[in-house]
Ligand binder design. Structure first.
Ligand code: AMP
Length: 142
């Protein structure tokens, strides 16, 4: 369900309950910050000073890992504007994960969902690493 659809079932945009679920409230920790602090369990496949990577709880492919900067940016555009070197680091980490997961040769897809029409649900930027099967078309036809 999209954030928009989920919100539509709630009373108002800016519903604090929905915001807290998706980590959209300033000052509230995001889902990934809660994982980094240990508050929410996660399967870490990588961590260093600036980034973490976890397995997606709802994998869309045999390999589905999320690479996340420890510092929170809302989306890839904000990250690119503020810290392009950190953005590049996410891609380097993703390439290392593709190697360690055995999908570097067979192929993999890296993607950022940005805002609601792309289906972004967690507003702490994260790079999806998908592979381990034929991934098919990039986006569904409308
Ligand atoms: P996006 O829709 O691009 O914002 O991606 C958010 C991703 O986070 C989705 O692929 C979810 O399946 C994933 N996700 C949500 N909650 C968890 C969780 N507790 N552990 C791991 N992945 C999660």
């Amino acid at each position: 369900m999209s954030v928009r659809a989920f919100r539509a079932g709630r009373s108002a945009v800016g519903d604090p309950f929905v915001d807290s679920l998706f980590g959209m409230t300033e000052g509230e920790p995001s889902l990934f910050e809660r994982m980094m602090s240990g508050e929410i369990p996660a399967e870490f496949v990588h961590h260093d000073e600036r980034t973490i990577a976890i397995r997606d709880i709802n994998p869309q492919a045999p390999v589905h890992v999320l690479v996340v900067p420890r510092k929170r940016y809302r989306n890839a555009a904000e990250l690119a504007g503020d810290d392009p070197e950190l953005l590049a680091e996410l891609f380097r980490v993703a390439a290392n994960i593709a190697e360690s997961e055995g999908i570097a040769e067979s192929g993999y897809r890296l993607l950022f969902n940005t805002n609601e029409d792309a289906g972004q649900t967690v507003f702490h930027v994260h790079l999806h690493v998908l592979g381990g099967r034929q991934l098919g078309a990039l986006a569904q036809q409308v």
